[in-house]
Design a protein around this ligand. Structure first.
Ligand code: RB5
Length: 148
């Protein structure tokens, strides 16, 4: 599985930690699309970089990070085919995979510490979609909203 990871200047340290955690998994390949310095960047540009890899099929999933995780998750969810979940706790991370089949995880570098964030990443990459009929139906309805 390939996971593309991106952050704005508000989550540089968190991105480093996320990439380190992903190295624990031998079946996971990562791509770091920046940003690489503390210089201010616009989170929609980073969301676009990560999500473009997913919708093109170059990556299976993505992790997007900004100061709060809010701006970058909103931006990611504007892109067709993306289901980005802002998760600052392990339960939400698990549910976002089981019930929502989230293909993007968002977190906030100014909100969450490296320890909890690392556990969230572990759970999020390890949890499969439950494939339940009702969840599939709800996701289909959600994705249909892209055409409104
Ligand atoms: C950047 O200062 C900050 O606005 C951004 O990282 C994020 O928190 C936006 O939602």
């Amino acid at each position: 599985m390939k996971i593309c990871v991106g952050c704005d200047h508000g989550a540089i340290e968190l991105k480093k930690a996320v990439l380190e955690v992903l190295q624990e998994f031998s079946h996971i390949e990562t791509e770091d699309v920046g940003t690489f310095s503390e210089a201010s960047v616009d989170y929609p540009d980073i969301a676009q970089r990560v999500c473009q890899r997913i919708v093109s099929g170059e990556a299976d999933r993505g992790i997007v990070l900004c100061g709060t995780g809010i701006g970058i998750s909103i931006a990611a969810n504007k892109i067709k085919g993306i289901r980005a979940a802002l998760c600052n706790d392990v339960f939400s991370a698990r549910m976002s995979r089981e019930h929502n089949d989230a293909n993007v995880l968002a977190m906030g570098g100014r909100v969450i510490g490296v320890g909890p964030a690392s556990e969230i990443v572990r759970v999020w990459v390890n949890t499969e979609f439950s494939n339940g009929e009702r969840h599939k139906r709800r996701i289909e309805k959600t994705m249909a909203l892209e055409n409104m």
